[in-house]
Design a protein around this ligand. Sequence first.
Ligand code: GCV
Length: 719
Amino acid sequence: MKLVLILAGWLFALTVQASSIMQGEDGYRLWLKYDPIDNADVQQAYRQHAANWFVAGNSATTQVIKDELDFALKGLLGEASATDAESAGLIVAAGDNATVYRQKLKIETADLGDEGYLIQQVRWQNKPRLVVLANTDVGALYGTFHLLRLMQTQQNLENVALRSAPKTQLRVLNHWDNLDRHVERGYAGQSIWDWHKLPDYRYQRYFDYARANASVGINGTVLNNVNADPLILTSQYLDKVKALADIFRPYGIKVYLSVKFSSPQLIGGLKSSDPLDKKVQAWWKNKADEIYQAIPDFGGFLVKANSEGQPGPGDFGRTHAQGANMLAQALAPHGGVVMWRAFVYANEKNEERSKQAYSEFKPLDGKFDDNVLVQVKNGPIDFQPREPVNALFGATPQTPLMMEFQITMEYLGFSTHFVYLGPMYEEVLKTDTFAKGKGSTVASVIDGELYDYPITGMAGVANIGTDRNWTGHIMLQSNWYVFGRMAWNPSISSATVADEWVRMTLSNDNEVVTKVKDMMMASHEATVNYMTPLGLHHIMGAGHHYGPAPWVDSLGRADWNSVYYHQANSKGIGFDRSPSGVNAVEQYFSPLKEEYANPATTPEKYLLWFHHLPWEYNVASSGRTLWSEIVHRYYQGANTVKEMANTWDSLEGKIDPWQFHQVQMAMTIQQKEAIWWRNACVLYFQQFAELPIPEGLEKPEQSLEYYQSLSFPHAPGQG
Ligand code: GCV
C-alpha cells in the first residue's frame, strides 16, 4: 500500500512538472499578450480592417499609439503595417488631426471630453474604414486600447459604433511603497520603483506599467506610501520622481506624491508645521513651485494625517480642512489637487472606530477648498473581506468624496488566495445610500452625478511588485484590471470585466472562459465564508494580518484586538452597532438606518457587523441556528475552494502550462489555508457556543491550541 502511494505521489509530481525547464507564459505580459488570433475567420476579418493602419500626428502620445499598434497588430494578425491615410483600413486621429474626419463624416466628438473616444466603422473615400477618433491624443490612446481589447476578445467589428468617456476624473493607483523598496501590505516582491538607480536607470517595466495602466484608463499614480517618508520631497528624490513622470506622461498618467504633514519640520528646518503659520504656508508654496518647475503636470498630494501615528493638523489644534486647504492653496496655482484621507480613528476619541471617519468629516462638509477630495475607504473599518459601505458616502453634498479600494490582498489571503475583487467592488458601488432618496448609489456619489461634484475620483491600493508576474499570482492581475475598468465606469458589471480579462489573459476557448469566469465570480463570497462569514470582521493575525487569529486580545489598543470585533461570549457573537449598542446605524440615511437597526431586516451578510446575537438565533435564509450557520458557512467556503481547485485542474492542457502550474500551486496553498481558517475559527467560537460541530461535517484535524501556537514573525508586507 505504502509503495503504491509513493508511486502515485511520484507520478503526480511528474505530471505537475514534467521537466525541470518550464516554458510558457510567466505572466509578465499581463492582459496585453497579443498572441495570434486563433480563429482564422476572425483573423481574416480583422486583417481587412487593421492590417494597414494610420495614426495621425507626431506627439509623444501618438508615438506610443503607433508603437502599440505595430506591436499588437503584428502579434494578433501576423502581419500589419503603418501606411498613409488614403490606404489605411484603420485610422486613429485626435484633436485638430481629426477635424477632417469629424467634418466630412459628420461625427460629433464634443461630448467625449478630454479622455473619451469613439470607435466606428465608416465609409471614407469610398472605402470601409475603422476610425478611432478623440479630442486629445490621450483619448485616442484609450480608444486604441479599447479597439485592441475588442480584437483580443474576438468581438465582431462589422458595424461597430461605440463611444466611451470616463465617468470619474482621477483614476489613480496608490502605491504603499517605501523608499527602501519595501511595500507595505505588498505581496508581490519589492517596489517596482528602484529609487537608488533612478533617475538614470529606466527599466522597461516602467514603460510596461504605464502601458498596462493606460490600457484600462488609469491616469494617475501615487508613487509612495501614505505612511510617507519626508525625504520624498527633497530635491534628490524629486529628480527621481521627475524621471518617472517623464516616462508616464505620454501614457496620460500623472504622478502624485504622498506627503508627511510634518515635512516643514522634518526636512525644512522649521519649528512648526501648523497650517495657520505663515512660514509653514510659504514652505509648502515654495515646495509646490519647485515640484511644478520640474514636473509641470504634477497631479498633487495624498495625505494620511492624524491617523495611526501620522502627524497632522490636529497636532496644532487645527482641523482636517485647515490642513488640507493649506496644501490645496500651495497646489492651486498649478492645477494640483489634494486627496485627503478619511481613514482616521483614535483611542482617545472614546468613540467606536467604525463611526469616527463620519464624526470627524461630516461636520467639515463645505469647508474644504475646491481642489480637495476626501478619500474614503469603501468600508468603515479597514478593507475587511466584506464591510457595509462607509456612512460618509452620500453624506457630504459639498465635499467631493473619492473612493479608496484596496487591490492588494492585505486581509484576503495575500497573494496565494485566488479572490477576484470585481464582485466586491460592484457590491459597494451598487449600494444605495438613499442620500437623496432611492437610487443614490455609491457609484453616483463617486462619479459626481448625485451632487454634481466638480472633481471626482477613485483610488486603488496597488498589488504590484517586482514579481515576474507583477501581482504574485496570475489571477490577481484581474484585480488591477477590474479596478481600472470600474474607475472608468463605476457601473460596469464585474462579470463583463471578468469575461474580457480571461479572454485576454488566459484563453478565448469557451470552456476556459466559462469555467474560469465562474470561479472568479464565486471566489470573493467563498473567501468571505472561510474567513469572516455573516459580517464577522478583523479576526486575522495581529500586525501582519495573515491567517486566522480570533483569539487576539492583548494588543495596546482595544480596537486592534480580534476579541473586540467579534465579541463572542457564552450568550452569542457579533458587534452591536444597533441603537442598543454603539448606534453606528444612526450615521446612515433612512431607510438603511432602520434596516440595519433590526437583525430581521439586516442583510445576512452584515448580520454580525451590526448585531450581537444569541447562538440559537434563527438565520432566516437557512432556518439554521446562528452557531450552525456560522459553521456551515466556514465549511462551505473551504468546499468552494476545493471545487475551484478541481475546476482549475480540469483545464490542464487548455491553458498555457506555466500559467496553469502557477495558479495550481497557489490553489494548493489556498485550499490548505481555507481549511486552516475554517478549523481555527470553528474551534475557537465553539468554546463559547459550547455546541457540537453539526453532523456530517468532518472534524478539524488539529486542536485549537495547535492553531493558536502558530506564529509568523516574517510574514510579508508588514507595516
Ligand atoms: C498604510 C491599515 C493597514 C496599514 C495601512 C493603513 C492605512 O491599517 O494595515 O498598513 O497603512 O490601513 O490605510 O493607512
